[in-house]
Design a protein around this ligand. Structure first.
Ligand SMILES: Cc1cc2nc3c(=O)[nH]c(=O)nc-3n(C[C@H](O)[C@H](O)[C@H](O)COP(=O)(O)O)c2cc1C
Length: 189
């Protein structure tokens, strides 16, 4: 059985919904178990994650970079880094922000750099921009990868309750990231 951890921060619940979709996708793969950790649950003892084959990281983009509680976890993980405790595990990332861009590519770059520092192997999104409605892809709320990110999964949330935003396409995109990492974990020895 392969184990996939999803570690996330969410100030107002929107990235949490995205994280739940990532776990749903990972759990859809036979032979994989997946656990969801709100970041403060693992900040004090990041070595709890040593037992996992893959770790998927996610946080909202605040002021053009990862939110501060997530960065606190990143810094706390330096004690794992000393022993390279996550070396050769799979890694992937997701982020969510208010604007369509909002400079959130920077957050995925931060996550991939962070994973590289740990010697992890980064799994990209691997999804084209797709919609069930012919000709409507970019920006369509039901489209897969409507934002056109390949490094990881992006979502855009309006200033509305979490049962309204982020839209279904962004949640499906997050689910597909979880599924891809879980399938890669099965293949990765
Ligand atoms: C302190 C702060 C900074 C933010 N900075 C950005 C930003 O740089 N770009 C952006 O598009 N949205 C920004 N936003 C909007 C959030 O990314 C957006 O509301 C997101 O859905 C919040 O996710 P959460 O509900 O998981 O906290 C910011 C929000 C806050 C509270």
């Amino acid at each position: 059985m392969k184990k996939v951890a999803v570690v996330y921060h969410s100030g107002f619940g929107h990235t949490e919904v995205q994280a739940q979709a990532v776990v749903k996708g990972a759990r859809s793969v036979s032979g994989v178990t997946s656990n969801l950790f709100e970041v403060t649950q693992v900040t004090e003892k990041p070595e709890q994650l040593n037992a996992y084959d893959a770790i998927i990281f996610g946080a909202p983009t605040y002021m053009g970079s990862l939110s501060a509680p997530f960065k606190t976890f990143m810094d706390a993980s330096s004690k794992v880094w000393f022993n390279q405790g996550w070396k050769d595990k799979l890694a992937a990332g997701f982020t969510n922000s208010g604007s369509m861009s909002g400079d959130k590519l920077n957050s995925l770059i931060q996550l991939s750099t962070f994973s590289a520092q740990h010697g992890m192997l980064w799994v990209s999104l691997g999804q084209m921009n797709e919609s069930s409605e012919p000709g409507i892809t970019n920006g369509h709320p039901e489209a897969i990868n409507r934002i056109g990110s390949y490094l990881g999964a992006m979502a855009q949330s309006d200033n509305l309750p979490t049962n309204q935003t982020p839209p279904s396409g962004d949640l499906k995109t997050a689910e597909l990231l979880g599924k891809r990492v879980a399938e890669a974990a099965i293949r990765w020895q």
